[in-house]
Design a protein around this ligand. Structure first.
Ligand code: FAD
Length: 410
């Protein structure tokens, strides 16, 4: 079967690999010059870095399975560490290497700067959520959910709010509590200890998946058409036409803002949240005790030590930082982070539509469309998760399986 995938981000890559492995004659169309979409490698000042710092968890099982399938070994390519949340106020929550859920209980009870009463109340609250299967009674924001649960102390400020912003890229005041609960379910609430681990890439995002997947696809006779923007999808007899070329089926795996131009019935009207990553090169060498730390009270939320004397500062969601130009933003961060007279280079990468705004009650489209030969993939179609690599990969896999099955009876 000749099947087209439109969009070579992580969803499109997952779909193309699934299709090719199942024996389809796959053609992957990608508008950009490289595969990867919103998670791709870029070269800056001779360093292999990313279009934006990404944080992954051990719970990203389909992503790791996909990497293995295309010959990229997650055990080699990730620095896997038990989760630690450290911030600039001295707060520390570190999970030990104990079986779940003991690791989370121990981490919580030994967190610094939190009263024993608050720790116990939080442990009981988490236990209650777990017993209800992380299903919330109705759609609320994370802030409303935490308020209602009496989570108004140190753990809210140092743990829940930063985790919400990191996972959903939107502050607790606007974020969907159900999506956040789903993330907690599959990480801190998981029965597998490894799911809570932080996966810190040792290589750039391109080497993690897009490049090995591209090689695997070509070795398996799939066609990859880079720098090829599809402009028209139309119905065809027994199939679907992509810019006039007929395929038995097609998967649109673009970001949500691009789907409407190709298939108006699937158009979305989402709001988006930006992410800026500010890379800063330091001399003399700086050392951090743990490669990822959280920052409260400024523009920057996370600092990641990328090695090679490069730090990445992550600014998630809308904020005052958007008004600053690159030079002013880098200078503001130097001051905020207490880095006097830095001598190295900086590079600011702004992704204006990094993620759809994961607000309560957001409509998430199905992977099926009005046409039985046409399917959707992409982070926005994996309704269980906010915009994540894992959601993108799972959605691509699912769309690939359905395209191969040509829409079995519902
Ligand atoms: C800076 C940043 C930081 C992030 N941090 C994290 C994180 O820490 N953890 C996490 O899990 N997720 C993170 N995300 C989110 C994650 O990157 C996305 O959820 C994921 O990459 C989405 O993949 P996708 O394949 O669904 O869409 P995309 O990556 O947007 O891929 C769509 C592709 O379609 C192509 N395309 C569009 N129109 C056409 C057309 N007409 N013809 C051909 N091709 C077309 C585009 O060029 C693009 O390559 C982050 C995102 C950003 C931007």
């Amino acid at each position: 079967m000749k099947i087209a995938v439109i969009g070579g981000g992580w969803a499109g890559i997952a779909a193309a690999v699934e299709l090719t492995a199942a024996g389809a004659e796959t053609t992957l169309f990608e508008a950009g010059r490289v595969l990867g979409g919103r998670a791709r490698g870029v070269e800056i000042e001779g360093h292999k870095l990313d279009n934006g710092q990404h944080i992954m968890l051990g719970a990203y099982r389909d992503t790791m399975a996909l990497m293995r399938r295309v010959g990229a070994d997650p055990d080699q390519l990730f620095d896997r560490r038990p989760l630690q949340v450290i911030d600039n106020t001295g707060f520390l929550l570190a999970l030990p290497r104990l079986p779940a859920p003991l690791n989370v209980a121990w981490g919580l009870l030994s967190a610094s700067g939190v009263s024993l009463g608050e720790k116990l109340r939080t442990a009981l609250w988490m236990d209650g959520i777990k017993r209800r299967g992380f299903k919330l009674p109705g759609e609320t924001t994370v802030a409303q959910w935490l308020d209602a649960a009496g989570q108004t102390g140190a753990l809210r400020r140092h743990l829940w709010e930063p985790l919400c912003l990191a996972a959903l890229n939107i502050p607790a005041e606007r974020a969907s509590a159900q999506l956040f609960a789903n993330v907690l379910r599959d990480s801190l609430g998981s029965s597998r200890r490894e799911d809570t681990d932080l996966l810190l890439p040792r290589v750039d995002l391109g080497q993690l998946l897009p490049e090995p997947a591209g090689q695997w696809l070509q070795a398996h006779h799939a066609q990859i058409r880079l720098s090829t923007r599809v402009s028209q999808i139309t119905e065809a007899e027994n199939g679907i036409a992509i810019d006039g070329e007929t395929f038995a089926a097609a998967i649109i795996a673009t970001a949500p803002q691009h789907v409407g131009a190709l298939w108006p019935a699937a158009a979305t009207d989402y709001a988006y949240e930006p992410i800026a990553t500010v890379y800063r090169n330091f001399e003399p060498k700086m050392k951090s005790s743990f490669p990822l730390s959280n920052r409260l009270g400024g523009h920057c939320q996370w600092v990641v030590d990328r090695g090679q004397d490069v730090l990445a500062c992550v600014l998630s969601g809308h904020g005052d930082w958007e008004k600053l130009n690159d030079v002013a933003l880098a200078a503001a961060l130097d001051e905020e982070l207490g880095w006097p007279n830095p001598t190295g280079w900086h590079k600011v990468i702004r992704e204006k539509r990094a993620t759809f705004a994961a607000i309560p009650g957001l409509h998430r489209p199905d992977f099926k469309t009005s046409n039985p030969h046409l399917f959707l993939a992409g982070d926005y179609t994996w309704a269980d998760y906010p915009a994540t690599l894992e959601g993108a990969v799972r959605s691509g896999r699912r769309a690939g399986q359905w395209a191969m099955a040509m829409r079995p009876a519902d």
